[in-house]
Write a new protein. Sequence first.
Length: 230
Amino acid sequence: MLLAELEVWHSRPVTPTRRVSLGNLILPVDPVPGFGGLLLGAVVAAHLDDVDDDLVADVHRLLAQVDHGERIVQPRLRHRFQVDRHGLGVSRHRLEGEGESVHFSFDSNGSGLVQVLGAIYALERLEASARHLLVPVIKKAMRWRGPIGPSFIAHLAGSSASSLAAMADPRAWSLDLLGFPVGTGKVTKKEVMARYRDQLRLVHPDHGGDEVEASKAIGDLGEARKILLP
């Protein structure tokens, strides 16, 4: 299942010009960071190390300009951003789901710099409200050092819950996990803690819960409690 996609069009390695454009964008970001925000962050984190050190500061400045909605003077970072894709090569990056798990797929056919630029210019395409909320997510991705997998997703999303349902709608997932009826609106701390304790008893091995599954179930309940009681 395709959850998010970013197409970055760019000059081919053999051509002297340096150009960047965008193709297909599937970037759902509600609730933030959404699958789209996770993909943009992953593209940046996976390719930033390939960017020349003397250009990294300018990448940060470009991100700040996008955050503030400023006009971006071209060319930028030695590349010109344009609409026309004629004669350009393409890199496709995806976030895909299978069952309750998700994984990233990077098809990078250009430099690391063009992938990072593509992600930032894709961020610029979003509504200002979403863009402003996603800039801190991209900044977190830029500081990441490690594999682009579940730990990275937890780092960006601020949650250790990595199931597809949890990432699509963390609050709905939390309410369901704690046993609240479908359509439940606002809940109090007292209600959350009561449901948490009830569900904890059900899954705990001391009360007949499956020993193999208990550790994950207890962890998920704790995460659901944290989401509902930030």
